[in-house]
Design a protein around this ligand. Structure first.
Ligand SMILES: *Cc1c(COP(=O)(O)O)cnc(C)c1O
Length: 436
């Protein structure tokens, strides 16, 4: 697989370089030079394939001969060792549950695949890979649990003190082995700043082999295409063939993967991009003006992004043409008040508890239906996290209905282990060098 930079089509790198560099020097993003269209026989008969089979077909079409078939199959089976079921709520509406992995969020797909790809390319005698990651909550847990026990790697997670939920904090801080957590007396932006500064620091880079595990890494995007095809497969089995996906979006990696899947031939009628008050994309779709803004805090905090980092990838797939994009993507935005109202409504109508991000995707389905009703549409909204990760947004009655999964029961016996630190780069640098 060859990849180019969205800032320079002439710059071409192989898959392994794109995985370890994460981002080209020119600050573009890596995209595949060729987006393969899958075989029509396969697409028409998706219902005959399992998730690992679908995943392998997609990954091998993209990667070509970067990884031999048996090795790639083994990576997929190890990484995607949980399900992504669609559950029917009513005649036309399904929820795609992406939270059955170890950290209870869809980011497990990307983080687990990436960690195994990196481990695969690391030679045994090579220098240990130091993975740095800043998190506002969900990314850290997925990356920590994705890399836990992966040989020749060490992960350092920075998170803002007091700003992640208890479950999220334990997911970050109770692993031991090759995973360490630092709680920064500051904001998520401060954490991200420290990580960026570390990557730019010559002395650190001379001593450590640093890499990033953030959502722009191409090896996180690829596995997120798997569940779109697998969802269509499940709907085919239910006799539904015209699917509209609604995707709760922040950095637009998840819907970006959906659109990559579409370019690979995913049979889909439309995508809906659903955001919270951080509505850079809905405003762009309305006005044609792409204007980023500082992020504002909402209940759906994993989507509090004012400048979605994957947007350039989406624009690149649609030649920068809003009208072309608007043929396949519609977008809507929601306030916190509407989000809380939707959680109550989903519970009332379906006896189903949705996390705030998921509730926003459901709201967008309602608005889309009002605007573009078509009798044979089937709606699938993506549930990106288990509701137990966001206990503060639920009323007592709804909160009491949440079934705590085994992944959380296990956490209860664990103790938090984190290094506390001020927002100070010299302290962070000293920590990294001292532990070398
Ligand atoms: C990260 C995240 C999102 C946003 O996904 P993007 O790929 O950044 O658009 C939505 N919901 C949850 C629960 C998340 O953790």
């Amino acid at each position: 697989m060859k990849l180019y930079s969205t800032n320079n089509r002439d710059l071409k790198v192989d898959f392994q370089s794109a995985v370890f560099n994460s981002m080209p020097q020119d600050k573009g993003l890596y995209m595949p030079v060729i987006i393969p269209v899958l075989d029509n026989e396969f697409l028409q008969h998706l219902d005959q394939y399992t998730l690992p089979e679908i995943a392998y077909t997609i990954a091998s079409a993209l990667l070509q001969d970067d990884i031999p078939a048996d090795d790639l199959k083994a990576i997929i089976e190890d990484a995607i060792n949980f399900n992504a079921p669609v559950k029917q709520l009513n005649e036309k509406t399904y929820v795609l549950e992406l939270f059955h992995g170890p950290s209870l969020a869809f980011k497990d797909f990307g983080a687990r695949f990436m960690s195994r790809i990196m481990a695969y390319f690391l030679k045994d005698n090579e220098k240990m890979l130091d993975v740095l990651v800043a998190t506002s909550g969900d990314t850290g847990g997925a990356v920590a649990l994705g890399f836990l026990g992966v040989p020749n790697t060490r992960v350092t997670i920075l998170y803002p003190k007091g700003k992640v939920s208890d479950i999220q904090e334990l997911q970050l801080c109770s692993n031991g082995e090759n995973i360490r957590a630092i709680e920064i007396d500051g904001t998520f932006d401060d954490c991200q700043h420290l990580v960026k500064q570390a990557f730019a620091d010559e002395e650190l880079n001379a001593v450590l082999r640093l890499t990033s595990a953030n959502s722009i890494n191409i090896s996180r995007l690829i596995p997120q295409t798997f569940y779109y095809f697998n969802a269509v497969a499940q709907l085919y089995r239910a006799g539904k063939r015209k699917v509209v996906f609604s995707v709760p979006s922040g950095n637009f990696g998840n819907i970006g993967a959906g659109l990559l899947a579409y370019k690979m031939g995913l049979p889909v009628a439309k995508f809906i991009a659903a955001t919270n008050a951080n509505d850079t994309v809905p405003r762009f779709m309305e006005s044609g003006v792409y204007e980023t803004r500082p992020s504002v805090q909402t209940y759906a905090n994993a989507m509090d992004v004012g400048a979605p980092s994957n947007w350039v990838r989406i624009m690149d797939m649609f030649e920068g043409d809003r009208d072309q994009l608007a043929q396949i993507v519609k977008s809507y935005r929601y306030t916190d008040e509407e989000t809380v109202g939707a959680i109550a409504e989903i519970y009332k109508q379906f006896n189903y508890v949705a996390c705030p991000h998921t509730a926003i995707a459901w709201l967008a389905v309602q608005d889309y239906q009002k605007q573009y009703s078509s009798a044979d549409d089937t709606f699938v909204f993506l549930s990106t996290a288990h509701p137990c990760k966001f206990p503060d947004v639920f009323t007592e009655e709804i909160g009491a209905e949440i079934v705590i999964p085994s992944q959380v029961e296990v956490l209860k016996s664990k103790v938090k282990q984190a290094t506390s630190m001020q927002f100070d780069f010299e302290d962070f640098k000293h920590f990294l060098l001292a532990s070398n």
